[in-house]
Unconditional design. Sequence first.
Length: 303
Amino acid sequence: MNLTVTVSPHIKSGQDIRRVMRDVIIALTPAALMTVWFYQFKALFLITTCVASCCLAEYIFEKVTKRNNTLSDLSAVVTGLLLAFCLPPSIPLWIAAAGGFFAILVGKAIFGGLGHNPFNPALVGRAFLQVSWPKDMSLWTAPYDTVTTATPLGITKLNLPGIIPDNWTLFFGNFAGSLGETPKLMLLLGALYLLFRKHIKLYTPLSFIITAAILALLFKENPVFHLLTGGLILGAFFMATDPVTTPLSRNGKIIFGIGCGILTMLIRLKGGFPEGVCYSILIMNMMTPFIDKMTVIKKFGAS
């Protein structure tokens, strides 16, 4: 019998980084178009600025360090899109550009590039902007309007003046918030596309969402309100499922999602910020190596 000896991996999926990132961009496109419908040129300019700054930062870093150009893998475009979704539509564009540079340089490049970053780059950029320009990160405008108003989470958390939208309005996104807070329907359609393409699994999103809902009930809060406000849907399906910064095993993904749900609700209900999705995912990113160690899959044949 003839045997062919080769090195691993022996089973290949046929996928590459560019195809995966292209599918993520496709999944985010309906939500991006909806934000442009809601906020017109504000959303368009914000998305363009974030994507351009992320791509430029990656290009400059690789030129300076004489590394191979990786812009063609589209990961910088995805980071820019996700960062834009985390920002208020009225934020000054130069601040958004600073966030894009920070997301790429500090969130990814200095660790060795894609696949080596311990934290989600878009959330690193968002956290940097939150602590650097908190006032600009807290200025919200309602869709189709230029009037400054508070988000539903801000109204309930800080007892600010304003009317809480009903559940249908929250679901269809016609309220003040970050770009990624509003188009819930489009985000869910994008998540279905990623599920169909087998790029994500439901272990983390479901454990994240269910945990947040249970804690809302325990604290005598409306779980539907907390699921439809803030960046929970965006974070659960598009950031907590990042294969680089989240656990590998099924049990690890479930633990990761539960941790995100707990931290999100603790920050929302007991912390100093109305929203907690960003910091909850970043904290759990930090815990990923420990979760992997606890839930590591034994090698075939190992005892």
